[in-house]
Design a protein around this ligand. Structure first.
Ligand code: 3PG
Length: 403
């Protein structure tokens, strides 16, 4: 981006593809981390006299306008953070977008409506995506890719648009890639990876890849129960992905061959019913050994013994990557496991990367000062796919010269 700015952006319309996919409760933004992360690039362009056209997706609408996924609240928050008003276009490439972009003065910023309100954005058909990218290209003179959280998506605004305009990577993408690179090259050891979250199937690629790089893998969250069951333990009514049991067994075997330590919970907090995450009424969970969860109970967090075990496994690590909460942290009864891992990371001198929307939100919601962590990534799927060594369409497109 510095080169693009040095070449002169004053008076030019610069399209910034950000990832402003923030969690909303109705119209209220519950975590604005991604909007704050987008500010440095937008501010730099505005201060350099560009007419800044910001665009993003939000949620997964079905290729047509859907008010619950409107970016309107995000325009207000972005304006507050920039200290200026950010006019909002109520469509992406229609009359509103054309008028709003056309009315921008040098140094002003607008936000377009949700890119996924147009079916061309996410289409698997190259021609359909290309046609939408052509329309987007008509709104701008240059492109800055800065939506790190979406670079793993082969979408029109991420992949096809940069090929049509002079382009550059923004500050957020540059920072994220710089940090993740450190985890793929010359990593300082011991290297511990903490993985959580509900589904083991979302993490197969990264487990497979990181087993060859890391010294220790600590597993928590819903996915831990598939691992426990694969070892022959009783997991009661806990979440298990039966179709992944044999894959997981294979991982445990290979880890042994490779000398990688797999750390699983030794005790869990269990309850008979999944709690109401809105009402947050107390649930009186029981602490039970991880291998002996009775029928009728489901594990929803790692237990106190596991918290101590995980903290000890992180205490002497030199590098840690963490993705996914240890339990249902949204309910205070099941937040202690995630809190303990966050605290262990703060207490350890390790270089720490927290990847993923959920873990980043957990860190903030549990009241931790995010500035104290080495790096909190704005990308969940994107950071995992980067660490898997995959080619990310949004990064590849920024490296290619425009067509
Ligand atoms: C995310 O939240 O991980 C990114 O914004 C990408 O969203 P998506 O998974 O809906 O493509």
């Amino acid at each position: 981006i510095d080169e693009l700015v040095a070449d002169g952006v004053s008076g030019k319309r610069v399209f910034v593809r950000a990832d402003l996919n923030v969690p909303l409760d109705g119209q209220t933004i519950t975590d604005d981390g991604r909007i704050r992360a987008a500010v440095p690039t937008i501010r730099k362009l505005a201060e350099s006299g560009a007419r800044v056209v910001v665009a993003s997706h939000l949620g997964r609408p079905k290729g047509a306008p859907d008010p619950q996924f409107s970016l309107a609240p995000v325009a207000d928050r972005l304006g507050e953070l920039l200290g200026t008003s950010v006019p909002f276009a109520t469509d992406t490439v229609g009359d509103s977008a054309k008028a709003t972009v056309g009315a921008l003065a040098d140094g002003e910023v607008t936000l377009l409506e949700n890119l996924r309100f147009n079916a061309g954005e996410t289409s698997k058909d190259d021609a359909e995506r290309g046609a939408f990218a052509d329309e987007l290209a008509g709104l701008a003179d240059a492109y800055v890719g800065d939506g790190f959280g979406a670079v793993h998506r082969k979408h029109a605004s991420v992949y096809d648009l940069p090929a049509r305009l002079p382009h550059a990577a923004g500050y957020l993408i540059a920072t994220e890639v710089g940090v993740l690179k450190k985890l793929t090259e010359d990593v300082e050891r011991p290297y511990a990876v903490v993985l959580g979250g509900a589904k083991v199937s979302d993490k197969l690629g990264v487990i497979d890849h990181l087993m060859q790089k890391a010294d220790r893998l600590l597993i928590g969250g819903g996915m831990a129960y598939t691992f426990l069951k694969a070892q022959g333990y009783a997991v009661g009514d806990s979440l298990v992905q039966e179709d992944q049991l044999s894959t997981v067994k294979g991982y445990l075997q290979r880890a042994e061959e490779l000398g990688v330590e797999f750390v699983l919970p030794v005790d869990v907090l269990a309850t008979s019913e999944f709690p109401d995450l809105k009402a947050k009424a107390p649930t009186e969970p029981q602490t039970v050994p991880a291998g002996e969860i009775p029928d009728g109970l489901m594990g929803l967090d790692i237990g106190p013994e596991s918290r101590r075990l995980y903290a000890s496994k992180l205490a002497d690590a030199a590098t840690v990557f963490w993705n996914g909460p240890m339990g249902v942290f949204e309910h205070p009864d099941f937040a202690e496991g995630t809190r303990a891992v966050a605290q262990a990371l703060l207490d350890s001198p390790a270089f720490t990367v927290v990847g993923g929307g959920d873990s980043a939100a957990a860190v903030r919601q549990l009241g931790f000062d995010e500035a104290k962590f080495g790096h909190i990534s704005t990308g969940g799927g994107a950071s995992l796919e980067y660490l898997e060594g995959k080619t990310l369409p949004g990064l590849a497109a920024l490296e290619d010269a425009p067509a």
